[in-house]
Design a protein around this ligand. Structure first.
Ligand SMILES: Cc1ncc(C[n+]2csc(CCO)c2C)c(N)n1
Length: 199
């Protein structure tokens, strides 16, 4: 059996998709992807997801921007994402680690007012105290301008898209700063849903 070893390379990444509930889904998906400045990341789109790899601020800036560009059409959009840091599979994106942390899409998209319902789940891999780490991050989210509630297998966040992404980015930064060797976070988000929350 091969032993896979995580390197010291701290490239972050995300595999994500948006699903606009509209006949015009092709234009909405491709339009949102095109509107975003991706010059500070490695990015690849196929028929299933888009992969984005680079420094943490750009990963969250770009995924937030693509969702907001799709959401501003008013269409109901579902967003699914898996964020990961700590276990690079190859070196193709490494050159982007030399970029600075100045994000390129914030100015254009942070003015877009858009509410979202979200469920996120944090998976600290490679550490013994994972439940303490998860509870600490859920507690921290309560001070970030979004409504936090518990559900099975995830934590629910309701609020502005911009606040939700800022909070989730901070979760990732905190995990890095606490020395977690490999962190995975899944995020499901729904915007413009015709079905209002029952909560
Ligand atoms: C962010 C994101 N990236 C890729 C896909 C996969 N996808 C499904 S339909 C379509 C457009 C026509 O090919 C694409 C690219 C997605 N849904 N969202």
């Amino acid at each position: 059996m091969t032993n896979f070893v995580c390197g010291s390379n701290r490239i972050a990444g995300c595999s994500f998709s948006i699903h606009p509930m509209s006949d015009d889904f092709i234009n909405i998906i491709l339009g949102a992807l095109k509107e975003v400045d991706t010059s500070k990341v490695w990015m690849e789109t196929d028929d299933v997801t888009t992969l984005v790899r680079g420094r943490i601020p750009h990963i969250f800036d770009i995924t937030k921007a693509i969702l907001l560009h799709a959401a501003k059409t008013g269409v109901h959009v579902a967003f699914e994402a898996t964020y990961s840091i700590g276990c690079p599979g190859d070196t193709a994106g490494d050159v982007y680690l030399a970029e600075d942390d100045h994000v390129l899409n914030k100015e254009k998209v942070d003015v877009i007012k858009q509410k979202a319902a979200t469920k996120f789940a944090l998976y600290p891999l490679g550490g013994g105290d994972y439940m303490e780490q998860i509870y600490a991050q859920i507690e921290a989210m309560k001070g970030r301008g979004v409504a936090v509630s518990s559900t099975h297998y995830a934590t629910r966040l309701d609020g502005e898209v911009v606040n939700i992404f800022n909070g989730l980015e901070q979760v990732f930064i905190d995990m890095e700063e606490s020395g977690s060797s490999h962190t995975v976070m899944t995020v499901s988000m729904s915007v413009n849903s015709p079905l209002k929350s029952m909560k």
